[in-house]
Design a protein around this ligand. Structure first.
Ligand code: KIV
Ligand code: ZN
Length: 388
């Protein structure tokens, strides 16, 4: 596969996302979510880790029977038993991908695996070759890549490619890297792998320092052509790169990045809300793109600007991500123009003097409550002498 400009979206909401505390999903719930992800236009859905649970095996089989157009991946350790279980689970898929991983950093080699560099290389070669015996599409992840000695990381990537892997993932497993570092790492690893234009290099960034999206973007600048991410950014600890954010950066700043995704962006909010309901974990109001405040304006200056030209305070259209419209929230910081506009929408057309009076009453109400709703405005107008 050539390194084409389109960025592939590998969604791992059902695997890495589900690993976040309190986010586990039953097989039928995973199926509902997988349908939404397919409609959203993700390229690859990672459905789970079959060797870890019967529930993940069931989920893979349910999803595989129904979603025939999307590539379906499952995660597997570099162990013969895991690979056999994963290959069996993937029999249900029309487009199967086996995703193998093994830690590569010195810290993990010494304390987690107790393996030498040579043993890691042997295991990568043996298990990637074995996985290729079952499916054509094999991805290899060098866990903790961003804390791995770079000469060794390049060696690992070469061995995985020589054994048949067609996607090489370089995860920032603990969210430790920075944009500049990861951009350079991708550039150098890609340069170190022979015939690298046949391989898709992938970024998988965690959010421990709040840099997962920035680091994924930098990885793209360094040559990554697949991004692994989750809806609402759910995932281990502080989560993974958020799908809605990376997709919208690539769309809104397309003139700069030139690479887009296949994401059907007006479905973003609906998909986010579905996941919030399924796992019972709401996103914060100020979450980019899908948070309730993402297109809400309260201050008088911003509302006034928005009424003249929405571009003054919005860099994308709410409709493009699935919200019905921007919201002018009426509260203590709102100005007369916004109150007037809302009153007109409710059918009250006031003269200048009347509006002044009502606006004073509105301000008094704001001292008692944070937000003034349409119902509040209507009550206010009923009690007002200016009613027309
Ligand atoms: O964060 C990570 O390194 C992972 C791998 C298993 C891909 O989730
Ligand atoms: Zn991860």
């Amino acid at each position: 596969m050539p390194n084409s400009p389109r960025i592939r979206i590998f969604d791992t909401t059902l695997r890495d996302g589900e690993q976040s505390p309190g986010c586990s999903m039953s097989p039928p719930q995973k199926l509902v979510m997988a349908r939404a992800l397919a409609e959203l236009g993700v390229d690859i859905i990672e459905t789970g880790f079959p060797a870890s649970s019967q529930s993940d095996r069931e989920a893979m089989s349910l999803i595989g029977r129904e979603l025939r157009q999307t590539t379906l991946a499952v995660l597997s350790r570099c162990l013969a038993g895991d690979i056999e279980t994963s290959a069996k689970a993937l029999e249900a898929a029309a487009k199967p991908r086996l995703h193998l991983f093994l830690s590569t950093s010195a810290l993990h080699r010494e304390h987690k695996l107790r393996m030498s560099r040579e043993q890691v290389l042997e295991s990568v070669h043996k298990h990637v070759s074995m996985a290729c015996g079952y499916v054509d599409d094999v991805e290899f992840s060098a866990e903790d890549a961003t804390r791995t000695e770079e000469d060794f990381l390049i060696e690992v990537a070469r061995v995985a490619v020589a054994a048949g892997a067609t996607t090489i993932n370089l995860p920032d497993t603990v969210g430790f890297t920075t944009p500049e570092e990861i951009r350079g790492m991708f550039q150098r690893v890609i340069a170190g792998v022979p015939d690298s234009d046949r391989i898709i290099f992938s970024a998988h960034c965690h959010n421990d320092l709040g840099l997962a999206v920035a680091n994924s973007l930098a990885a793209i600048e360094g040559g990554a052509r697949q991004v692994e991410c989750t809806i609402n950014g759910i995932g281990e600890r502080a989560g993974n790169c958020s799908l809605e954010e990376i997709a919208m950066v690539l769309k809104v700043r397309n003139a700069f990045y030139e690479e887009d995704t296949r994401i059907n962006t007006p479905r973003l909010v609906g998909t986010s809300q579905l996941l919030q309901r399924l796992v019972g974990m709401p996103v914060q109001r100020n979450k980019a793109i899908v948070g309730a405040n993402a297109f809400a304006h309260e201050s008088g200056i911003h509302q006034h600007g928005m009424l003249r030209h929405r571009g003054t305070y919005e860099i994308m259209r709410p409709e493009d991500v699935g919200w019905e419209s921007s919201q002018m929230v009426l509260g203590r910081h709102s100005g007369r123009a916004a109150v007037d506009q809302r009153l007109r929408a409710l059918g009250f057309w006031l003269e200048e003097e009347e509006l002044k009076l009502v606006f004073e009453q509105f301000k008094a109400l704001c001292e008692q409550q944070r937000v003034v709703t349409d119902a509040d405005l209507q009550t206010l107008m009923q009690g007002s002498a200016t009613q027309n």
